[in-house]
Design a protein around this ligand. Structure first.
Ligand code: FES
Ligand code: FES
Length: 183
């Protein structure tokens, strides 16, 4: 006897997305969250899940260049989209001068330099928000930084060093733009 074809919530859908430049496919039920697909199906565990209901921002990724909360996004909604996770920020080569195995992005370097993290749980979300902000506003005002980061929560830093990191990232990107250190 043939198996019944799943319908409704049990039906499985194929989702094809480009994640950090690579085309990936997942077969998921309609209710599966993008955060779960990234972490469990695609094994990209850099996207963190904190509150699971849209409050903390730890799960932020860029969806077609815009920050979204992956815990509030169904995977089937992003079929055909481009997604950037924290794993997509670093370059391929080694970090110049310090022996790290990956070349950090200017935003990542700035967070490290300015101690913009402690436990690091919230950090992927802040890195992606900052990457988006500086793509739109290379020299952001204090108000623009507060507006961009204000929806994400950090339990550790008091935010002072996170804001400092954003300003330093803007400097590093501007230096790279002027032909200084590679971004
Ligand atoms: S885990 Fe998504 S907003 Fe908190
Ligand atoms: S660095 Fe620990 S929650 Fe932000």
């Amino acid at each position: 006897m043939s198996q019944p074809v799943p319908t409704g919530a049990d039906a499985v859908h194929e989702v094809v997305v480009t994640v950090n430049g690579t085309v990936r496919t997942a077969r998921v039920p309609a209710r599966r969250l993008l955060s779960d697909v990234l972490r469990h199906d695609l094994r990209l565990t850099g996207t963190h899940v904190g509150c699971e209901h849209g409050v903390c921002g730890a799960c932020t990724v860029l969806l077609d260049g815009e920050p979204v909360r992956s815990c509030l996004t169904f995977a089937v909604m992003v079929d055909g989209a481009e997604i950037t996770t924290v794993e997509g920020l670093a370059g391929e080569g080694p970090e110049p001068g310090n022996g790290d195995s990956v070349e950090l992005s200017p935003v990542q370097r700035a967070f490290r330099e300015c101690h913009g993290l402690q436990c690091g749980f919230c950090t992927p979300g802040f890195l992606l928000l900052t990457t988006d902000l500086l793509a739109r506003a290379p020299d952001p005002s204090d108000d623009e930084i507060a507006e961009a980061l204000g929806g994400n929560l950090c339990r550790c830093t008091g935010y002072v060093n996170i804001v400092r990191s954003v300003r330093r990232a803007a400097e590093l990107l501007a230096e790279a733009e002027r032909g200084g250190a590679p971004a």
